[in-house]
Design a protein around this ligand. Structure first.
Ligand code: CA
Length: 459
């Protein structure tokens, strides 16, 4: 007899072809893309008009835009430390950026007591790779390849030239400068954003047959202000030369993100890949970024320092075209990635992050965190529900005796995103409640392992 597929069998056959059993069993890939010092407003989906960002906008639209996405540090290294550890960075002394060259010494790096997201995913069977800016220690023991990453291409400090042929040569022997592959000096023959995109695409291509974790922290759009020449020409109509160069850097990064997302699509990995996109802190006056409508900027605990673009995409596993407005933070990425990988987090790990998947899917209501907390020297903040109590930097001095911090101010962010209308005197009971919660958290923290505060940009 001839086999003929009856309608139910035909349906089963079609379903099997569309989603083979192994695809469901396979752990999803995890991709974390980080921008550096990006202005909150400098994205099409956040209302940017002078710099098109079609690729990052597409990523946001294909997933969930977390409109109250935060980072737990207002500068680069602390934010990245907490992302790696899934814990508040102040718990292990990483409150400030590590100090720079002359005082290079033991201890300026991500504490070796911390287990990184890369180590945890590698333990779960993942291939792990990092491309871009590390900023979590210069010595070999702090190198990404000793912190859970199978592969590393990028640089170790907080900023780097974008141009080929710079910060290399003899300087490459110095661990503070230069591009590295693993622990060895490497060449960079392209504009660095392009080089990082090429390396990321290569990593995906080489590991597409196994679950992989790709951590892709760009230095774009941190200073120095250096755009590829053709991108500069693209923005001739922008009059401010600083903003014009910045626009070129933003556009180059958007193209780089586009290349990575296109690679995932071409390899058929979209619905097997959980993608996060965020910035490590708010924009800074140093790079002509735009934080509107937020108050403040990098290195402050006003919203402009800590609220960032934050998108999560996992095709066919998370909703698309959705805005999620409850507060989430970069410390949630590790816990969420582990949950997606089917790894149960051990309470002994003392993670501060929350598994966001059921919240983003709408299966669970309420805020992910009872509160989110900040401490950055004598600046501080707590967000509980829609309320925020903040002591933020005021005046021009970024550090030293001239630096001033406000009295505690209370804002309802649902009504006052720009932190203009201080409600502290109207709601003393709320001030007291938030202050008490912050004090309780603060009592659990370690003293800073090195001192700050940082200037708004380094070095
Ligand atoms: Ca940064």
């Amino acid at each position: 007899m001839t086999w003929r597929l009856t309608p139910p069998l035909l349906l089963l056959a079609t379903l099997a072809a569309a989603s083979p059993a192994w695809a469901e069993d396979r752990k999803p890939n995890i991709v974390v893309i980080v921008a550096d010092d990006r202005g909150y407003a400098d994205l099409g989906v956040h209302g940017c008009r002078d710099i098109p960002t079609p690729n990052i906008d597409a990523l946001a639209h294909a997933g969930i835009r977390c409109s109250s996405g935060y980072v737990t540090g207002p500068v680069c290294s602390p934010t990245r430390a907490a992302l790696m550890a899934g814990r508040y960075q102040q718990r292990f002394g990483h409150e400030f950026n590590p100090r720079y060259p002359k005082r290079l010494r033991e201890g300026y790096g991500l504490a070796l007591t911390e287990t990184t997201i890369a180590q945890r995913l590698r333990d779960a069977g993942y291939a792990t790779g990092m491309v871009g800016k590390w900023h979590l220690g210069f010595q070999k023991k702090f190198n990404p390849v000793h912190r859970g990453f199978d592969e590393f291409y990028g640089f170790l400090g907080g900023s780097h030239s974008y141009l080929p042929g710079t910060n290399q040569g003899q300087e490459a022997e110095d661990p503070r400068f230069g591009i590295f592959r693993g622990t060895r000096p490497a060449d960079m023959t392209e504009y660095s954003t392009d080089a990082f995109a090429r390396e990321a695409v290569s990593f995906i291509g080489r590991h597409k047959a196994e679950p992989f974790f790709l951590y892709l922290p760009f230095n774009a759009v941190h200073t120095p202000l250096q755009a590829p020449p053709d991108y500069g020409r693209r923005f001739r109509r922008i009059k401010d030369p600083k903003r014009r160069t910045y626009a070129g850097m933003v556009a180059a990064m958007d193209d780089a993100v586009g290349a990575v997302m296109e690679k995932l699509r071409k390899e058929g990995l979209d619905d097997q890949t959980l993608v996060f996109f965020l910035s490590d802190n708010g924009g800074t006056t140093a790079n002509a970024s735009d934080n509107r409508p937020l108050r403040g900027h990098k290195a402050t605990t006003w919203e402009g320092g800590i609220r960032v673009p934050f998108f999560v995409r996992w095709t066919n596993h998370l909703p698309a075209e959705k805005v999620y407005d409850r507060p989430v933070a970069q410390i949630d990425i590790l816990t969420t990635a582990l949950a997606a990988a089917g790894v149960a987090a051990d309470p002994e790990w003392k993670l501060d992050g929350v598994n966001l998947l059921p919240l983003l899917r709408g299966e669970k209501a309420g805020d992910p965190h009872e509160a989110l907390y900040w401490r950055f020297g004598n600046q501080s903040a707590i967000r509980m529900g829609d309320w925020k109590l903040v002591r933020g930097r005021v005046g021009r001095a970024a550090k030293g005796p001239g630096m001033r911090v406000s009295e505690p101010q209370l804002y309802n962010l649902a009504a006052d995103l720009s932190e203009r209308n201080d409600l502290a005197s109207e709601h003393p009971e709320k001030v007291e409640q938030l202050q008490a919660a912050w004090e309780k958290w603060n009592a659990e923290l370690a003293p800073p392992a090195w001192r700050g505060p940082d200037p708004p940009q380094v070095p």
